[in-house]
Design a binder for this molecule. Structure first.
Ligand SMILES: CC(C)(COP(=O)(O)OP(=O)(O)OC[C@H]1O[C@@H](n2cnc3c(N)ncnc32)[C@H](O)[C@@H]1OP(=O)(O)O)[C@@H](O)C(=O)NCCC(=O)NCCS
Length: 201
């Protein structure tokens, strides 16, 4: 998918939001590693990423060429400041209306409106792609992200019975420990996470 928009940030600077492609492999990999070092609120640790610049570029180009996925890069003064995107939960009929969303902004650029702009851009693109629902997992305690999601209409809740087998949805009971324990298998339902989603139609 393709996307391009220029916005004005809270500090007066301009920020370019555009879909990333092959040539952005290096910049995207760098900001991915940086943001994953800056916070424990993301799904993986930096050293778990095995992508090379070339593989990252190919991944981005595949998304740019796809009709149902995108990675949007936010740039301030030519430097990568944030990244957000979505992809289908799966291709099977029962799940193909659901998009899986992810976002991260370099801490240096927090509170300028980039996160909200990236989220809005992804919601718009997901609607255009025909999705009915956009979903994400967020750790309880990630107040900044939760406030942003709620502001843009996300609600916490069960999505499907299929998900109910794997997740519990209790707001606010996850402790920091859960994320710091690398051995915890979040997919076994041993960690309580929020499952906010936004209905797109
Ligand atoms: C969550 C994140 C993407 C927000 O990015 P951002 O560029 O700072 O977002 P914005 O400037 O648009 O602010 C978003 C909202 O956060 C909320 N917010 C800001 N500071 C906050 C704080 N200290 N506590 C609670 N909410 C806060 C506000 O509601 C704000 O919107 P508003 O300014 O219009 O009121 C960014 O903090 C980030 O990358 N965090 C680490 C990665 C992460 O947690 N990703 C999400 C995983 S689910």
């Amino acid at each position: 998918m393709k996307y391009q928009k220029t916005i004005k940030l809270k500090d007066g600077r301009t920020c370019c939001l555009r879909n990333a492609a092959m040539a952005d492999g290096e910049a995207v990999l760098a900001i991915f590693m940086l943001t994953h070092e800056q916070t424990d609120f993301l799904l993986s640790y930096p050293d778990e990423n095995t992508m090379t610049v070339e593989a990252e570029g190919q991944y981005l180009q595949k998304k740019a060429d796809s009709k149902n996925g995108i990675e949007i890069l936010a740039e301030v003064d030519g430097a990568a400041a944030g990244l957000a995107g979505f992809e289908p939960i799966g291709s099977k009929y029962k799940v193909c209306h659901r998009a899986d969303f992810g976002i991260s902004v370099d801490k240096k650029y927090w509170n300028l409106g980039i996160g909200t702009a990236l989220l809005k851009a992804c919601i718009q693109c997901a609607k255009e792609a025909g999705y009915e629902q956009m979903e994400l997992n967020v750790v309880a305690g990630n107040d900044r992200a939760i406030a942003m999601y709620e502001k843009e209409g996300f609600v916490d809740g069960l999505v499907t019975e299929e998900f109910a087998c794997f997740w519990t949805y209790k707001v606010g009971i996850l402790t920091e420990i859960s994320l710091l324990q690398r051995s915890v298998d979040i997919f076994q339902g041993s960690v309580d996470r929020l499952q906010p989603f936004v209905l797109l139609c």
